[in-house]
Design a protein around this ligand. Structure first.
Ligand SMILES: Cc1cc2nc3c(=O)[nH]c(=O)nc-3n(C[C@H](O)[C@H](O)[C@H](O)COP(=O)(O)OP(=O)(O)OC[C@H]3O[C@@H](n4cnc5c(N)ncnc54)[C@H](O)[C@@H]3O)c2cc1C
Length: 408
């Protein structure tokens, strides 16, 4: 007899699971809480959808079980993703390893998925926010409740996403469903998000962008380092370089520990090279004021800020400045310390770290506690770095969940 599969959540992972299960011959229904499928997908990659990355590797992911993540990714890797989408008619472009639809429209990715769902006869029910999954032990089936209605399935896939960008439908209700079934949850924090800093003077440099290396310090120890374009805002720091370290900062702050970010705005210089540069620059002192002396080193707004932070007036002759103060300005260029107080909320986060504990999920994405229940996508305790890794996780886990649920 044909297996019936209920997919809860019609995002990237849910659509992948639905297509895979239907291709295995199952009778598939997608229950989507929002008005339409794949709303979040449309906003990915600034509307261009970075759907994968050739540098796929478990090191691009966080979660309490990275060996398990690695095994899952090997079973449906980036080349499987490329083949899958090419099979749906999508032309894929490789930009230094970052994969996009060649037409640079996220809508094209959503469209090919929707067309395939229709071709496979998958039933899509929108505006159906699932609040309960009950297992009927005797019948070996699941009763899924959305509003007043209940539907029965042989197996179910929970693909509700996390809490990030809740306007796209992911309101954290997937965690509640997993918990109802007895699953352990790893605490959540916003990830791939801007960080807030305590330094009110940042207003003076808001809007400045600069190539930088940033190091995250907690309890005097460096716990993460990233290089890339730093964006300064009136409340803190942003840019992909900050997104990449935000989940680490947020988990430390969650433990009530302090977090500092040390910014090196001249990351190409070794300490020795920089020392040499300062010696050569000292030849420029004659006839210049402090502002003029430092001109050309960094963005003007940053230079003016550091001059002020060193207690110097920009218009005094540089010869009148104390050596220690000039040294302090130079020091700030490479060791500018900011105190992180928090991050922007889930509204601004691209992903949600934490989620269903993967120690309770098999490599087939099946619940180790409730056979017949599968998980796909961000609802699990897996979050990737920027660069197409989160959608790859949705495709890989969605594929395996779809196969497993159809076979059950
Ligand atoms: C602005 C932005 C840009 C991003 N850009 C990229 C990028 O370029 N590359 C990349 O790899 N990743 C990107 N991401 C991350 C990526 O989009 C997500 O990791 C991925 O979409 C997660 O897929 P998912 O299917 O698990 O969850 P979601 O896409 O969140 O889908 C979950 C679905 O489940 C539905 N749902 C929730 N609860 C219920 C319920 N109780 N009943 C029924 N339905 C429910 C929701 O309405 C939603 O449609 C971006 C994220 C954002 C917010």
């Amino acid at each position: 007899m044909e297996k019936t599969v209920g997919i809860i959540g019609g995002g990237a992972a849910g659509m992948m699971a639905a297509i895979t299960a239907a291709r295995q011959g199952a009778c598939v229904t997608v229950l989507e809480g929002g008005e339409r499928l794949g709303k979040k997908l449309l906003s990915t990659g600034n509307g261009r959808c970075n759907l994968g990355n050739l540098a796929l590797d478990a090191n691009q992911y966080y979660g309490s079980n990275t060996k398990w993540i690695s095994k899952v990714l090997k079973r449906f890797d980036v080349y499987d993703t490329i083949r899958f989408f090419q099979g749906l008619g999508l032309i894929i472009k490789d930009k230094n390893g970052y994969l996009y639809p060649a037409c640079e429209q996220a809508a094209a990715v959503l469209d090919v998925l929707r067309i395939e769902l229709r071709a496979l006869g998958v039933r899509v029910l929108c505006n159906q926010r699932v609040s309960k999954i009950c297992r009927n032990e005797a019948a070996g089936r699941f009763l899924v409740t959305a509003g007043e209605e209940s539907l029965s399935f042989d197996s179910v896939v929970i693909a509700c996403g996390g809490k990030a960008a809740p306007k796209t439908g992911s309101d954290g209700s997937g965690y509640m469903l997993a918990k109802q079934l007895g699953h352990k949850l790893i605490p959540n924090v916003p990830a791939l998000v801007q960080l807030k800093c305590g330094e009110s003077y940042l207003k003076a440099v808001a809007g400045v962008r600069a190539d930088a290396e940033i190091s995250v310090f907690s309890r005097g120890e460096c716990v993460a380092k990233q290089r890339g374009e730093l964006q300064l805002t009136d409340y803190g720091i942003s840019g992909i370089v900050v997104f990449q370290i935000s989940r680490i900062a947020n988990y430390i702050l969650r433990e009530q520990e302090e977090v500092q970010v040390v910014v090196n705005l001249l990351p190409d210089y070794t300490e020795e090279d920089f020392g040499q540069l300062c010696i050569i620059r000292s030849l420029l002192k004659e006839g210049r004021n402090v502002e003029e002396f430092f001109t050309g080193l960094l963005h003007k707004k940053l230079m003016m800020l550091f001059i002020k932070m060193a207690g110097l007036k920009p218009d005094i002759p540089v010869e009148d400045a104390k050596e220690g103060q000039l040294k302090q300005v130079y020091e700030l260029c490479r060791n500018w310390r900011l105190h992180v107080t928090g991050s922007n909320s889930y509204d601004n986060a691209q992903v949600c770290a934490g989620g269903v504990d993967t120690a309770q999920i098999t490599e087939n994405m099946e619940s180790g506690l409730v056979p017949g229940v599968y998980f796909a996508g961000e609802v699990m305790d897996v979050d990737g770095k920027c660069g197409g890794y989160n959608l790859q996780w949705a495709w890989s886990s969605g594929y395996l969940a779809g196969i497993g649920a159809a076979e059950k």
